[in-house]
Design a binder for this molecule. Sequence first.
Ligand code: HAM
Length: 435
Amino acid sequence: MTLSKKPYKGTRDFFPEEKRIRDYMFSKMKETAELFAYESYDGPLLEEVELYKAKSGEELINDQIYSFNDRGERFVAIRPEMTPTVARMVAQVHREVSKPIRWYSIPNLYRYERPQKGRLREHWQFNVDVFGAPEVLGELEIIQLGIKLMQSFGANSNHFEILINDRAIVDKVFKELLKCSEDECYKLYKLVDRSKKLDKEKFTTQINETTLNDEAKLIFNEYLALNSIESLKNFLTKNSIDEKSIELISLDEKLKDLGLSDYVVFDPTIVRGLDYYTGIVFEIFDKNPENRRAICGGGSYANILKIFNEPSLPGVGFGLGDVTLKDFLKTHNLLPDFSSPKVDIILTTQDETGLNSLLNLAHSLRSNGISVFTQLEPLKIKKVFTLADKKGASFAALLGTQEIQDGLVQIKNLSTKDQKEFKIDSIDEIKGYLA
Ligand code: HAM
C-alpha cells in the first residue's frame, strides 16, 4: 500500500509560507490582547465529553465532536471549542484572583464538519474572555478589542461589520410576546440561528411547523424585520418592554461615545448556536458579499461556572478563527507578501577555501543578533543575488578568492545597491553597516 502524502481530511500542513501567514496573524492577536492587558493561558487538547454536554449545545455534541473512549474507559473529546475549558480553569481560581479576569489563548480545535470555504476540521481560534466585569463594560471591552484587532490588519468599517443582538430581547420576545414554553423557545432559537442559511420558503415551512399561532407569527416576523437599534427601540416601546432592562441599548450608547457605532449593526437573527450565551451576542462579518461568513463569534454567558457548582461569575468573550480571518484578509488585499522568508544577510563564498571564514563570520554575526543565511557551497557571483532574493536577505556578503587571501569581505546592501569592503574581523563596523 502506498501511503497518502495528503494531510487528514479537513486539516492543513503549514509549509513555511503558510506558516509565516499564520505567525503574522497570531502575532497581531497576541499584541492586541496584550494591549488590553489580557494574559495568555492554555489548556489540554483532550477534555471529558461531559464538559461540552453541559452547555455547548446539541449540534456540537451530536454532529461535530471528535470523541472516543480512552484506555481507561473515559469518554473524551478533542476540544471543539475553548470556552468550556476556560470556564473550568476560571472555576479553579476565581476566588483567589482579582476581577475582572482577562485571559486569551490561540488553541487549535477540532470539529467534524464538511470541509468547505471557511470551514475545516481543524482550525486555530483566537479566544479572549473577561470574567467578573461590571455590567456592559465587559461586552464593551471585548467588542473594542475585536475592532482593534481587525484595525491592526488595516481593516476598517468599509471591510467588516459587527452584527449584534441580545438574548435578553429574544427571550422576552419568545417567552412574553409569543408565549413559548422552554422547549419551543429552544427550537425557535435554533431556527433563527439557521435562518440566514435557509431559503425563504424553507424557513416559512419550518415556522409553520411550530406551535406559533397567527398572531404570534406576525409578532415573530415583525421582530425578524428589525434592522436598526432605532427600529428595535420602537418595537420594545410598542410591546411595553422597558428599554432599561436591555443591556444592548446601553452598550449602543457607550459604543457611540467611543465613536465605534459605525462598526455595529443590530441583527435580530444573531442568536449564536452555542447554548451558554445569556445576554449580548455578536458576530463579525466580512462586508464582501463573496465571503459572507462569520469571522468571529461571541457574547456574554452569565451562568457557565454553575456547571462546576460555583457561584455565577459573568463571562464575555469571542472566538475568531484563522481560516475565516485569512479569507477576509485575502479578499481585501490586506495580507502582506509572505512569499519569501526574511533574513538580515546571506553569506556566500566564491572559492572553496573560503568556507572557514564564512562559518566564522556567520558565528560572530549571529552572536551579535544578526540573522544569517549561509550558502555552504561555493556560488558564482551572478547566482548570489537570485538566491539572496529568494531568501529575503537585506544584504549579501561575497567572499571571493582575493578577499579570502586579504582577510576581507564585500557586503552589498540589496535595496540601495551600495557595496562596501570590510576587514572580515571588524564585526562592529559590519554591524553598523547592516543596522
Ligand atoms: P463559534 O461561533 O463556534 O464560537 O466559533 C467562533 C469562530 O471560529 C467562527 O466565527 C469561525 O471563525 C471559527 N470557526 C468555528 N468553527 C470552524 C471550523 N470548523 N473551521 C474554521 N473556522 C471555524 C465559539 O467557538 C465560542 N466558544 C467562542 C467564544 C469564546 N464565545 C465566548 N468566548
